[in-house]
Ligand binder design. Structure first.
Ligand code: FAD
Length: 380
């Protein structure tokens, strides 16, 4: 059997790449190792700017429409902000990912679920070995998540990632989200609505014992009472701050989503970037099949990398000076952030316009802070 493209992984990045490619008339095979729908650990929060990238009917996947919420410091003090319009949508990943896969199939992609990608060989025509059979393809696309086998075969290793833990519990957040800083050294804690339940978790790039920190976060949080920490699961979230972190592939083998580290380093938002990456990859492949990698890299560096880069600069400051970040969150920074989630502005603008205020609000509180800030801004 021969395909134009074989896509490995039926998460948001893989399912969307398969859909965009099939819509452009490519003969596509989507391989997913699990039977669908499958569980995926994730808070499932989509920034509202994702809407134009989703297939028709996505609204029926939405459990909660978020218009704002709380920025907290250690679950003790809070700023509260609400927008007049939706800023985010919460979905259930098992159902949402299955919906995206079904949309890919409706667009013409073949699907092999319960089928594992094993390895590939070849240069122009690629022979892809799977647990079902071997297929031939012109292009292989790895969208197989954090532990990407496709990426490993290309020699990539993950260097930058959050370790995160999450559990679901009873509770009504009234369609608002809570994000707390001051919990871990570099990262944050969250409480998101999940239908009529809540997702509680934290993500950190530090070395803390995440389970212990999560327990004390929950115990001491003013908005949580008598919540039992049970059923906690952990997973990794890779991210990009520098161009070298983007693992986009080699020759006719391309990566997208978590396998390519296409996640922002401030919040760990990966669904939006994975789907946008799939769109850019499909466009590059359709328009420049002979130099697809260069074309893909160019599009990613123009449309996704600047966001990840400036999110990284914000993360560096915000997590180094978490009290100051919290203080600033009470003002128009939060309004700008809500606009970003809606797609009305980006991290570059948030960084450039927020930096002077951040420095001003930092200076009275930290000795020699200008030296530290200078160091942080130079270090990349
Ligand atoms: C606790 C937690 C909370 C998060 N919360 C959010 C959030 O609120 N919003 C947000 O945007 N992001 C969030 N993220 C990040 C988000 O989950 C990822 O960025 C996103 O899932 C990436 O999508 P993907 O398609 O690249 O990979 P995945 O969703 O990981 O999908 C990869 C797929 O590949 C399949 N696969 C793997 N290996 C093989 C193989 N060898 N053969 C065939 N198939 C294979 C897997 O079964 C899987 O279905 C969170 C992550 C975690 C861990």
């Amino acid at each position: 059997m021969r395909y134009d493209a074989v896509v490995v992984g039926g998460g948001p990045a893989g399912a969307s790449t398969a859909r965009f490619l099939a819509q452009k008339g490519a003969k596509v095979l989507l391989i997913e190792k699990k039977k669908l729908p499958r569980f995926k650990l994730c808070a499932g929060c989509l920034s509202a700017r994702i809407a134009p990238l989703l297939p028709a009917g996505w609204e029926s996947e939405v459990l909660n429409i978020v218009k704002g919420g709380f920025l907290g410091f250690r679950g003790e003090r809070f700023h509260h902000r609400i927008s007049t319009e939706p800023v985010a949508f919460v979905i259930d990943r098992a159902s949402f990912d299955h919906f995206l896969v079904k949309s890919a199939v409706e667009s013409g992609a073949d699907l092999w679920e319960g089928t594992e990608f094993l390895d590939f060989e070849g240069d122009r025509t690629l022979r892809v070995r799977t647990s079902r059979e071997t297929v031939e393809t012109d292009f292989l696309i790895g969208a197989d998540g954090f532990y990407t086998k496709v990426g490993k075969q290309l020699g990539y290793q993950k260097r930058k990632f959050f370790r995160s833990v999450e559990f679901w519990t009873e509770g009504d957040l009234k369609d608002e989200v809570v994000i707390d800083v001051g919990i871990v050294k570099r990262g944050y804690g969250w409480i998101f609505p999940k239908g009529e339940r809540m997702s509680v978790g934290l993500a950190t790039t530090g070395r803390e014992n995440t389970l212990e920190v999560l327990k004390s976060y929950v115990r001491e949080h003013r908005l949580l009472n008598s919540v039992e920490v049970i059923g906690v699961k952990g997973w990794m979230i890779p991210f990009t701050t520098d161009k070298g972190d983007l693992h986009l592939g080699r020759g006719r083998v391309l990566l997208v989503g978590d396998s390519a580290n296409m996640v922002d380093p401030l919040l760990g938002e990966g669904i939006y970037y994975g789907i946008l990456g799939g769109k850019l990859l499909a466009e590059a492949l359709a328009e420049r099949p002979e130099s697809v990698l260069g074309e893909y890299r160019g599009r990613i560096e123009r449309e996704i990398f600047p966001e990840l880069y400036y999110a990284g600069r914000i993360a560096r400051l915000a997590y180094a000076f978490q009290k100051t970040a919290f203080r600033m969150g009470g003002g128009f920074t939060m309004d700008r952030f809500l606009r970003l989630l809606k797609g009305e502005t980006g991290y570059r603008e948030l960084y450039i316009r927020g930096l002077p205020d951040f420095l001003k609000s930092l200076l009275p509180f930290e000795n020699f802070s200008h030296i530290i800030i200078d160091k942080i801004l130079r270090r990349r």
